[in-house]
Structure formats: structure tokens, C-alpha cells
Design a binder for this molecule. Structure first.
Ligand SMILES: [Zn+2]
Length: 394
């Protein structure tokens, strides 16, 4: 805090607040759906190039990378935000400004993280903040939903930086007090019910996939999920059928299971699998003699590991201190983010909000309010510099 360069950098976030918001609007206007992040990645890599980052590239998985080399290659710290949103590419990504708020799908999740990455790179370059270690910027693909952390997984397992990364920071969503150091585990399924189908009157008695799915949902909805450790389940999408007077041939649903504790997640997972099988058996038991059986298929579409970066690890301690020095009360938190992957590998990782406030996340009405965003950016910079070390003394 006493370093003149750091002081200039902290003021930079205040005086450039409008420009940072303009940048957020530009990057969020580029559509980025799951498995459709390429255009946004190309924009970010162009930005990294303009800011003079080294080794700028888009890797085989689609992540966008750029490096600021300090006095040494180590420690190597990653600052990341995710490129993808939960929305399909047909969604309207136009950013609308109304009464100080920005409205667009993904404007906060993770538009404000991406804006933070660019602002951090910019401030370190323009204020020429000396770094002891090196800072790798990464815009990741596939953080949301069916992306199943494919970007960060590639970074840590197959990418050329794998095994060289000493700490990982993800900037995801708004806020200035949250420190996500525990990974929330989840399992996601696509469940398919397939049958012969037929005429609603003429073939009545043929097992009905939608009826079976209804039975299955009803069973799952009755699960006594504990409050502690917090556990949740969600049938997020259903699909199936052809017309009101046809017995459908298929029905599918997408299910998300989560728990703060691995054991509880396994219990919920076992209950869920059993509920699906029982629902199909129940539907089949009522079929007409000789009719073919309804078939069930469970496809595991996502699996996110649990774990935590200890509270007394340097990364969490620095984040706690940085939050307090800016006058905020830190809040230790658990969530499902890109940090899940490094955490499960034992690499120190946390996810931080990147300032400002937001609402209606994961809906088309998502909004972001950039007021006081500079506080989140200041914290981000202090944590990065705390981990990497800055050469200069004030
Ligand atoms: Zn996010």
C-alpha cells in the first residue's frame, strides 16, 4: 500500500471507471454461449496484444492466454475469468443501459470478471508496476453448465502451463467481500426415458416416457435435503413428446445435484439414481401385457470436484487482509467455479468478486451496476501483487 506505483494503480481504477465499464460493454456484446466462446476469445487476445502481453495465444481448448513476465518466472500466478455464459448463441447479447445499470445476458457473470482482467493487465502495464514473479491472464472456456470446467481442466492437465502454476485466482461475478475458497461439488445428468410411443387412445397402456419422468421428478422432489451441509437438487430442463394425443417415444430432463460435502453428494446421487430406476419400474409395471418396456438412460454430463484451499494458506490470508485494508468485512464462501479444479489438485485457488453489484444472474434480465467497482479491482490487484510480489518499495 505504501508503494507509489501501487498507489497510482489504485487511483487508476477510480479515474478510469467509465472506460472500464465501456470495455465491459464491448466484450459482453460479443455472444459467448457454451462451446461458442471463440469470437469473444479472439477479442480478448487482441486486447492482450494491444496491452503488450507476451505469449498471447488461444490454446487447443479455446482458452485465451497472455503473460506479464516479472523478474522471475516463478511464482506463476493465474488471474482468470470465464468467457462463456449460460445462454444460447441466439440470445440477444446487446447491452442496454438504464438508470446506471447495464442489462445483458452474462453482463456480470462473467462480464465483470473479464473487465477486471483487462483492467488489471492495463494498470500493471501503464503504471509499470514491477513484478517479482509472473502473471498469466486466462479467459477460460466452459465454466458454466455443460462446459464442465473444460477450459480450466485443460489449463491444469494438458496445456503447456500445466504443472507450472503456483496459484490460481478466478474473478467471477460482482462484490468485494466474498472469498470463495471451498469448492462446491456437483453432479449433472441428462436422463432419457425411451419407449415405443403410440396413439393416446388406441395404444393406451404403452409405457409413457413423460409419465415415467413425472414419477421420477416427484420422487426426487421428495428428497429430504439437509440444510447442513447445504445440499440442493434441481430439475432444470425437461423436453419430450410430439402432440397432445400421442404417447411420446422419449422424454429427457437435465438434473443438477450439489452438496457442500462429498459424502452428502454421494448420498443424494445414490437416491437420485434409485428414484429414476424405481420410476421407470413403476411405469413399466402398469403396461399392457406384451408391450415393450420403457428404457432409462442416465448420462453423467458434469462432475465437479469438492475440496478447499485452507483458510491459513497464504492465498486466503492475503485475500482476507486485502479485503480488510479496503474497509470491508471478508466473507469466506463456498461455490462452484473454475477454482474447483485446481483446488481438487491441491493447488491454492480462490474465486473473488470483481466489484460492483448485480442481480437476476443466469436469466435474460441479468444486470450489473458498476458503482464502486474500483473497490473490487483494488482488492484484485492487491491479492495478485501479494502473491507475486512487487519489486519496488515506497
Ligand atoms: Zn460465473
Amino acid at each position: 500500500m505504501s508503494s507509489p506505483a501501487v498507489g497510482r494503480a489504485l487511483r487508476f481504477f477510480e479515474t478510469n471507471a467509465d472506460a472500464i465499464t465501456e470495455e465491459q460493454i464491448r466484450i459482453c456484446s460479443i455472444p459467448a454461449s457454451p462451446f461458442g466462446e471463440q469470437e469473444r476469445a479472439e477479442y480478448l487476445s487482441q486486447k492482450f496484444q494491444e496491452l503488450g502481453l507476451a505469449e498471447v495465444e488461444i490454446d487447443e481448448e479455446g482458452n485465451c492466454l497472455g503473460l506479464i513476465t516479472g523478474a522471475s518466472r516463478s511464482p506463476l500466478v493465474v488471474a482468470s475469468a470465464h468467457l462463456d455464459t449460460v445462454f444460447s448463441k441466439d440470445a440477444d447479447f446487446t447491452v442496454v443501459r438504464r438508470e446506471g445499470r447495464l442489462f445483458a445476458p452474462g453482463i456480470a457473470d462473467d462480464g465483470c470478471g473479464l473487465a477486471a482482467l483487462i483492467a488489471l493487465a492495463q494498470v500493471i502495464q501503464t503504471e509499470q508496476i514491477p513484478l517479482e514473479g509472473s502473471l498469466l491472464f486466462v479467459g477460460t472456456v466452459g465454466e458454466e453448465g455443460e462446459g464442465n470446467l473444460r477450459g480450466v481442466r485443460h489449463l491444469f492437465t494438458k496445456g503447456r502451463w500445466a504443472s507450472k502454476i503456483d496459484a490460481f485466482l478466478s474473478f467471477d461475478g460482482p462484490g468485494v467481500d466474498r472469498i470463495t475458497h471451498r469448492a462446491l461439488g456437483s453432479r449433472r445428468y441428462r436422463v432419457e426415458f425411451n419407449g415405443a410411443g403410440g396413439h393416446s387412445w388406441g395404444d393406451f397402456g404403452v409405457p409413457n416416457p413423460v409419465h415415467a419422468m413425472g414419477r421420477a421428478i416427484s420422487r426426487l422432489a421428495g428428497y429430504p435435503a439437509p440444510k447442513e451441509p447445504r445440499t440442493s437438487f434441481n430439475v432444470g430442463r425437461i423436453e419430450g413428446g410430439t402432440s397432445v394425443n400421442s404417447i411420446p417415444r422419449s422424454a429427457t430432463m437435465e438434473v443438477d445435484l450439489r452438496s457442500a460435502a462429498e459424502g452428502e453428494l454421494q448420498r443424494l446421487d445414490a437416491f437420485f439414481r434409485r428414484a429414476m430406476r424405481d420410476a421407470v419400474d413403476e411405469e413399466n409395471a402398469r403396461r399392457r401385457a406384451g408391450d415393450p418396456l420403457l428404457k432409462l438412460r442416465l448420462n453423467l454430463t458434469g462432475e465437479r470436484p469438492t475440496g478447499e484451499t485452507p483458510v491459513d494458506s497464504p492465498l486466503v490470508e492475503i485475500a482476507l487482509e486485502a479485503t480488510k485494508i479496503l474497509g470491508f468485512e471478508p466473507r469466506l464462501d463456498q461455490s462452484s467455479t473454475d477454482s474447483n479444479l485446481p483446488i481438487s489438485m491441491g493447488i491454492p485457488a480462490i474465486t473473488l468478486g470483481a466489484g460492483g453489484t448485480s442481480g437476476a444472474s443466469h436469466t435474460l434480465d441479468e444486470w450489473y451496476d458498476p458503482r464502486d467497482r474500483d473497490q473490487g479491482l483494488k482488492r484484485a490487484l492487491l491479492v495478485v501483487l501479494g502473491m507475486i510480489g512487487t519489486g519496488e518499495r515506497g
